[in-house]
Design a protein around this ligand. Structure first.
Ligand code: ZN
Length: 143
């Protein structure tokens, strides 16, 4: 595993749309493992592949609870309800914080690293993190 460089705001990669993952191979596993290590090192709650310069629909979320690292490949928010406002930061925008409006509850459909389909409910801070990271895949930053 290796720590990858986190792309910083101003880099065009962060504003591009990422491509769906089609091959669930060793390279994907390696990317996920590197992203996990990078996230841990940076002490963040989430990381999207474009943040390490890879335009693929891959995100990792870890809000520091017992679930640990959650890998979402090709994530899609299929249900959203309620609302919440909270401060968000981003590893690609060091030192910047902003209040963001998000759903309070959602359901995310995705695949795991082997291509198996998964469906996860998310609420509160976990829902915020899923939205934030999924936004990265469409070139959207919170700022
Ligand atoms: Zn971010």
């Amino acid at each position: 595993m290796a720590i990858r460089n986190v792309v910083q705001v101003g880099d065009e990669t962060l504003r591009k749309k990422s491509f769906p993952v089609e091959k669930f191979d060793e390279a994907l596993g390696l990317l996920l493992d590197d992203m996990k290590e990078t996230l841990r090192e940076a002490n963040g709650v989430g990381l999207a592949a474009p943040q390490v310069g890879i335009l693929r629909r891959v995100v990792i979320v870890n809000i520091g609870d017992e679930d640990g690292d959650i890998e979402l490949i090709n994530p899609e928010i299929v249900e959203a309800s309620g609302e919440q406002d909270g401060p968000e930061g981003c590893l690609s925008c060091p030192g910047e914080w902003g209040m963001v409006h998000r759903p309070q509850k959602l359901v995310v459909k995705a695949q795991d690293r082997h291509g198996k389909e998964i469906e996860l409910p998310a609420e509160d801070y976990f829902a915020v993190a899923v939205c934030h990271e999924t936004d990265h895949l469409d070139g959207i930053l919170f700022i």
